[in-house]
Design a protein around this ligand. Structure first.
Ligand SMILES: [Zn+2]
Length: 338
């Protein structure tokens, strides 16, 4: 993917099906409108579906699709509606809140978790992945905790590292040191993973939450989007998320497309915008066309839809008319590619 590549790429997330013959039909359908597919590779896949996923990756290539692998919900650290066996197997690797409570998300500094993610990288590479899609990496976060100044992670290992790096302990409530340590933890973890992936000849794409209005988040955005080993950077500006809210799709997607391009153009990187293709109320599907058009007109190189078939596979993403959502995604993608 040289930076001079002016072509618009279109992709879609594919999840929830590990029956190869069924996937073959879906991939043929996807290839009519896309040139890449993002396969979620959860911990369940890692433990139980490697053989079928390897065939699904291979069939994706046969359809001319670039294969992206998503560490979906791994250790509760990435986006994904799935459970984590790593957390069951490693109760000592959980994050600890600054008030002492343990929370179900892996501490980014724990060697066991870093080793696990490295093993995941090697596994998806063996299966045939071309690009790793780092999906919304985050430390444990909850607005109520954040308002109270309670944060994560302040486990004994993080305490030790903070004292070493900043010369002071992590406090019970958020302060500047804790904020700086949190950012450094996230960056350090990702940097190690994308560097490792690069040495294995894999490309790296990072997606952050589309969020505005916090100085700290701006720092995270700037810091992570500038990681050296990234090939693609982007975000997911869903205009109907939470589902009861809604923004103007064209304005919302244009604003975040510009924000992404501000980060990617100076570094000659590819840019990505995710188009909401799930949890749609009936009759509003034409908004998808406006969002796709806005991202393409802004100059985004990689558009992607979450997810195939209008989100029908998950209760949390199901649209009222998922078939129509997917048909609209397909025709919108086909029209910008033609
Ligand atoms: Zn920790």
């Amino acid at each position: 993917m040289p930076p001079s590549d002016k072509k618009i790429h279109t992709g879609v997330a594919y999840l929830g099906n590990r029956i190869v013959s069924h996937a073959r039909r879906d991939l043929a359908d996807i290839a009519e409108a896309c040139d890449y597919v993002v396969h979620t590779v959860s911990e369940t896949d890692f433990h139980y579906h490697k053989a079928s996923l390897e065939k699904i990756f291979s069939d994706s290539h046969r359809q001319g699709l670039e294969v992206w692998a998503d560490p979906w919900g791994l250790g509760g650290v990435f986006g994904g509606e799935t459970f984590s066996r790593f957390l069951l197997d490693h109760p000592d690797s959980w994050q600890v809140l600054s008030d002492g409570r343990r929370v179900p998300a892996a501490c980014l500094h724990q060697p066991a978790f870093r080793n696990f993610v490295r093993e995941w990288i090697l596994t998806v590479r063996e299966m045939g992945a071309d690009v790793l899609f780092w999906d919304e990496p985050h430390v444990y976060f909850h607005w109520d905790l954040e308002w109270a100044g309670t944060y994560s992670c302040a486990c004994p290992l993080c305490q030790k590292l903070c004292r070493k790096q900043f010369g002071e302990s992590l406090p019970a409530t958020m302060n500047e040191t804790a904020r700086a340590f949190r950012l450094r933890s996230l960056r350090g973890f990702l940097e190690e993973m994308v560097s490792f992936a690069r040495t294995k000849k894999l490309k790296n794409a990072l997606c952050l939450y589309a969020f505005e209005g916090s100085d700290e988040y701006e720092l995270i955005w700037n810091d992570l989007s500038s990681l050296k080993q990234l090939d693609v950077f982007g975000c997911d500006p869903y205009w109907r998320w939470p589902p009861r809210t809604s923004a103007d799709p064209r304005e919302h997607v244009t604003r975040f497309s510009k924000k992404v391009l501000t980060a990617t153009i100076p570094l000659r990187r590819h840019s990505q915008i995710w188009i909401q293709s799930m949890r749609f109320p009936k009759g509003r599907e034409t908004e998808i066309r406006a969002a796709v058009d806005a991202a393409a007109r802004s100059g985004i190189t990689h558009l992607a839809a979450w997810s195939h078939d209008g989100g029908a596979v998950l209760d949390t993403t199901l649209s009222e008319d998922p078939g129509k959502v997917w048909r609209t995604v397909k025709s919108s993608f086909q029209s910008i590619r033609s």
